[in-house]
Design a protein around this ligand. Structure first.
Ligand code: ZN
Length: 509
């Protein structure tokens, strides 16, 4: 097998990379504008910023569907076929081709309509949610559903109309595979939820009170640096909704949100976002400017945030080393609170209304009901006008609580109002499952990881993740990566084992 490139092929590959880099540069500039919009932009900047972002977005899209790019990909087909599958060159061509072929399916006129509608829909939701006015967003949601279906139909040959939408964020997954995973998880999870929620709830009062922002940021700032988040290549700011954004491998930023009189919100959002950010910071720097830079799927991305936030950040071992440092910052509030009380408080399980506040155990029920409702909407078996009632019924059946209003019911998440209906939620639960599965694989390689964490040391875990997951960026699809890292397909078992071990110690299971 000839694995080297001729001079001609090298030039063609370079020409491809130059074009791809231009697209990435425009997208990164767009991301900087978006980051600024969410953090420091004064309100007066809003109108012009929207226009600037759509101008850059159109430029990036036009470049990403340029027929000249398609021609280069065509010319490089023999190279892709000849070089080993996991070579950087073949992988760059393969992933670029996948993205190109996807982009050219969707007419630019649709993109323009979709983005214009999305901006209006988001604005309507922002106003209607505090007013608890579902009727005001209903027409927008109906149009979003039409547009979501229209988008899916640009990719014929699917089994379920949600498949193309799922494929955008979790490439290689489809509705039926997600449904099968969720069905198994549900069957094994519901008895655990039942067993826990019939016992007296944990006392969470120690997390509520007055905690200075300076003290909080000093604490979580140290924690995420200890985890391995590199502040020379990142920074942490405050925004209404926490997020991670990356402009290059050398600049991956996070934001946190502070809760009112609440210690846990900023701290755990920092750990969560740092998990996303360390993935991006750990990508092989040689991939910069290529489609290989960046995490491979929403499920794998979420596995990294949840691994650090929950598996590490809510573990007894972590807090046995770290709690005295938090007590030293807040002696008046936590000085007399024993570690065990604090540990139970941060792992309190309850049937609750809001997904983003839900605990590790019930969280997945929130995701599954959204996923099922999305499928029903897309299939046409559920109408948007019946969605609030369907939401309430499903909440009562699955979580045993009924939302008192639509504000904290069907309007609580931004996803359907600022994107498509379909594809936006499954990644969260896939991430919970995968986080445990990857952690299991890490323990298989280094059984001493938990005792290292108990000593406040995270290098071994971080190093293993960097070597086996981060560094690879998008070279492998999620199913390929899971197979490579764990030796098998996605499995629910490690996650259930993790939950049973952790919560079996906290509650009688
Ligand atoms: Zn996340």
């Amino acid at each position: 097998m000839v694995t080297h490139l001729s001079e001609r092929e090298k030039e063609t590959l370079q020409a491809l990379k130059d074009r791809l880099r231009e697209v990435r540069d425009l997208e990164s500039a767009l991301a900087v504008l978006g980051w600024d919009q969410m953090t420091y932009m004064p309100p007066g900047g809003a109108a012009a910023r929207g226009r600037q972002m759509s101008t850059l977005g159109e430029l990036a899209h036009a470049k990403s569907i340029d027929p000249a790019l398609g021609k280069l990909l065509e010319d490089l087909r023999p190279v892709e076929e000849r070089l080993p599958y996991d070579s950087d060159e073949a992988s760059t061509i393969r992933v670029a081709r996948r993205e190109y072929e996807r982009s050219i399916q969707v007419p630019p006129s649709f993109i323009a309509r979709f983005y214009a509608h999305r901006a209006e829909s988001y604005a309507a939701w922002e106003k209607a949610r505090p007013e608890n006015d579902f009727a005001a967003v209903r027409p927008y949601l109906e149009k979003t559903l039409d547009l979501s279906r229209e988008l899916a139909r640009f990719f014929p040959g699917y089994e379920h109309i949600a498949d193309p939408l799922i494929d955008f964020s979790d490439y290689g997954m489809k509705a039926s595979t997600v449904q099968a995973v969720f069905a198994e998880l549900r069957e094994r999870l519901v008895p655990i939820v039942q067993a826990i929620t019939t016992q007296p709830p944990a006392d969470g009062t120690c997390l509520h009170g007055s905690f200075s922002r300076e003290g909080q940021s000093a604490f979580y700032g140290q924690v995420i640096r200890d985890f391995g988040y590199d502040l020379n290549r990142g920074r942490c700011d405050v925004s209404a909704h926490p997020f991670t954004t990356e402009f290059s491998v050398g600049d991956v930023r996070i934001t946190v949100r502070y809760g009112e009189n609440d210690l846990s919100e900023a701290m755990f959002s920092a750990m969560h976002e740092a998990g996303h950010a360390m993935y991006e910071q750990g990508v092989d720097p040689d991939y910069e400017g290529t489609p290989l830079a960046g995490g491979t799927s929403s499920g794998v991305h979420e596995s990294q945030s949840r691994l650090w936030e929950n598996v590490v950040g809510r573990s007894r071992g972590f807090w046995s080393a770290t709690y005295p440092k938090l007590q030293a910052i807040f002696p008046g509030q936590l000085g007399d609170v024993p570690l065990d009380t604090f540990y139970r408080a941060i792992n309190k399980v309850e049937r609750s209304l809001i997904r983003t506040d839900a605990d590790e155990v019930t969280y997945n029920l929130h995701v599954m009901l959204r996923f099922d409702l999305e499928l029903a909407l897309l299939e046409g078996t559920l109408a948007v006008r019946d969605l609030p009632e369907a939401w309430r019924a499903r909440f009562e059946a699955d979580l045993g609580v009924v939302p008192p209003d639509d504000r904290d019911g069907v309007m609580q998440d931004v996803h359907w109002y600022d994107g498509t209906i379909g594809g936006g939620f499954q990644g969260y639960t896939l991430g919970n499952i995968l986080g445990a599965q990857f952690y299991d694989a890490a323990l298989g390689a280094h059984p001493e990881i938990p005792s290292e964490i108990e000593r406040g040391r995270f290098d071994l875990l971080h190093g293993w993740l960097r070597e086996n997951i981060y560094r690879l960026g998008s070279k492998y699809t999620a199913p390929e990566l899971i197979e490579r890292v764990t030796g098998g397909p996605l499995q629910v078992e490690p996650y259930i084992r993790y939950l049973r071990a952790k919560y079996g110690e906290l509650y009688a299971l």
